[in-house]
Design a binder for this molecule. Structure first.
Ligand code: ADP
Length: 439
């Protein structure tokens, strides 16, 4: 048995003995025993009362030190109380530090419950989203940020990406919102002000578009004169020395012209074109045209095959989709040695659709594949230049596909060939009987 308990039992035995002796001395054993037990009980009650008062106001009242079992109980309770107070203080300090650090964050942070109800937010989130302390806590975040892009993003719980929406308090401010799951079902909404980046991007886009536009006019004049001079140089013996330089100047001017045309195309694709009209495109007809262009370019040096589902149509913008086809087909011809095979395919894939260009060409090393869609990226600069490439073709393809929620896939083996595949989502694909399509 525990030592304090044993000692307490000893005390009780002594009290009982004292009661017995006193009872014997006064000739009333029962009275002696009763008095002794009453005294023992009264003492116990007193200590219990102390404990009660202390439990009510542990900070204001000090417990006595009675020794014995009560003393042990008091000591343990005081120790436990001291430890829990210390832990509470440490926790409060951690919470205060956490709050202070998140308050200092330039990014907004909103802690959300399972259904998007606001549990807590920092000062930046308050300023950027116009949240009100007290009033907005507990409200669902989609009810406060009502932009359709955010509602859609929130419903999909698309934790891998972020969404850009105008700030609910100021339309001139663009916010990037990202949901991060944590705990069992909670989410953290991180809010960043990306207005400056958007402004810079717009400025860069405008600059490229304006510069290209400005360069186009003088270049057109130069090309015109060069074109006029070349036949002259061929006819006139006096101008014989100019023949080669003139041809070179014309080729270089042609290259600059293609570059400017591609830069303008990219700038147009990058600017907000969401308002432009999408229509039902007769992809089989467009592909027939692309294959024809490829044959002209190949000058009969390649075998060009097409495998097209004739009733498969696409909702999109014709000029952009045509430039996707033209660029991919053009590349296949350029980067496939004579005698090679080029296969164009357009087919359904579940509800979605795929367009692919497969060639038996020089192929691309795995390390180059992720970089192909970067502007001006070429695996072999000299070869690309020699074939009239601008290094912008695949950037244009990527942007045009993004405008159609489509993705580009590249598979290639060096020396064996490449396959470029465009995957279009189901909502852009329609089946249509040919006769009806030709109406
Ligand atoms: P370019 O105008 O140089 O063709 P692109 O952006 O169209 O520019 O392509 C980028 C680079 O990707 C090319 O320079 C080439 O090295 C490589 N490439 C593109 N298509 C193919 C292909 N079908 N086979 C091999 N390499 C290719």
């Amino acid at each position: 048995m525990l030592r304090p308990l044993r000692r307490e039992l000893g005390r009780l035995s002594l009290t009982v003995l004292a009661g017995i002796f006193a009872g014997l001395a006064f000739d009333s054993l029962a009275l002696g025993l009763l008095l002794a037990l009453a005294a023992y009980l009264a003492l116990g009650l007193r200590y219990l009362a102390y404990l009660y008062v202390w439990a009510e106001h542990p900070k204001r009242v000090d417990l006595p030190e009675p020794g014995g079992l009560w003393g042990e109980v008091y000591e343990r309770l005081i120790e436990r109380n001291r430890r829990s107070r210390k832990r509470k203080k440490q926790l409060a300090e951690i919470v205060a530090q956490f709050r202070a650090s998140t308050e200092a964050l330039p990014d907004g942070a909103v802690a959300l419950g399972e259904h998007g109800e606001i549990a807590w937010f920092n000062a930046s989130a308050q300023a950027m989203l116009g949240l009100r302390i007290g009033q907005d806590t507990g409200l669902r975040i989609p009810n406060l940020i009502r932009h359709p892009a955010f509602s859609d993003y929130f419903e999909r719980r698309d934790f891998a990406h972020e969404v850009e929406v105008p700030s609910p308090v100021n339309d001139d401010i663009t916010l990037a919102l990202k949901l991060i799951p944590y705990g069992s079902r909670q989410m953290l909404l991180i809010v960043r002000d990306v207005s400056e980046r958007k402004r810079l991007e717009a400025a860069r886009r405008d600059f490229v578009a304006n510069a290209s536009h400005e360069l186009r006019t003088p270049l057109t004049v130069l090309r015109g004169y060069l074109e006029m001079l070349e036949p002259e140089a061929r006819r006139e013996a006096a101008l014989a020395a100019w023949r080669a330089p003139l041809a070179e100047m014309r080729a270089q001017a042609g290259r600059m012209h293609s570059l400017i045309a591609d830069l303008l195309k990219l700038a147009r694709l990058e600017s907000d074109v969401s308002s432009h009209r999408h229509e039902l495109l007769d992809v089989p007809r467009m592909l027939a045209r692309a294959a024809e262009e490829a044959r002209v370019l190949s000058k009969g040096q390649h075998r060009i095959e097409t495998e097209v589902e004739p009733d498969l149509f696409l909702v999109g913008r014709e000029s952009e989709i045509q430039s996707v086809f033209a660029n991919l087909v053009h590349n296949a011809v350029q980067y496939t040695p004579p005698g090679g095979l080029i296969r164009l395919r357009w087919h359904g894939d579940g509800g979605a659709a795929r367009f692919s260009v497969q060639d038996s060409g020089i192929g691309i090393a795995p390390s180059d594949i992720p970089r192909l869609t970067e502007r001006f990226y070429r695996v072999d600069v000299a070869r690309s230049r020699a074939s009239g490439g601008t290094g912008l073709g695949l950037s244009i393809v990527k942007h045009a596909l993004e405008q159609h929620e489509a993705a580009l896939g590249v598979e290639s083996i060096l020396g064996v060939g490449s396959a470029f595949t465009c995957r279009f989502p189901a909502h852009r694909v329609q089946r249509k009987a040919r006769a009806a399509a030709n109406e």
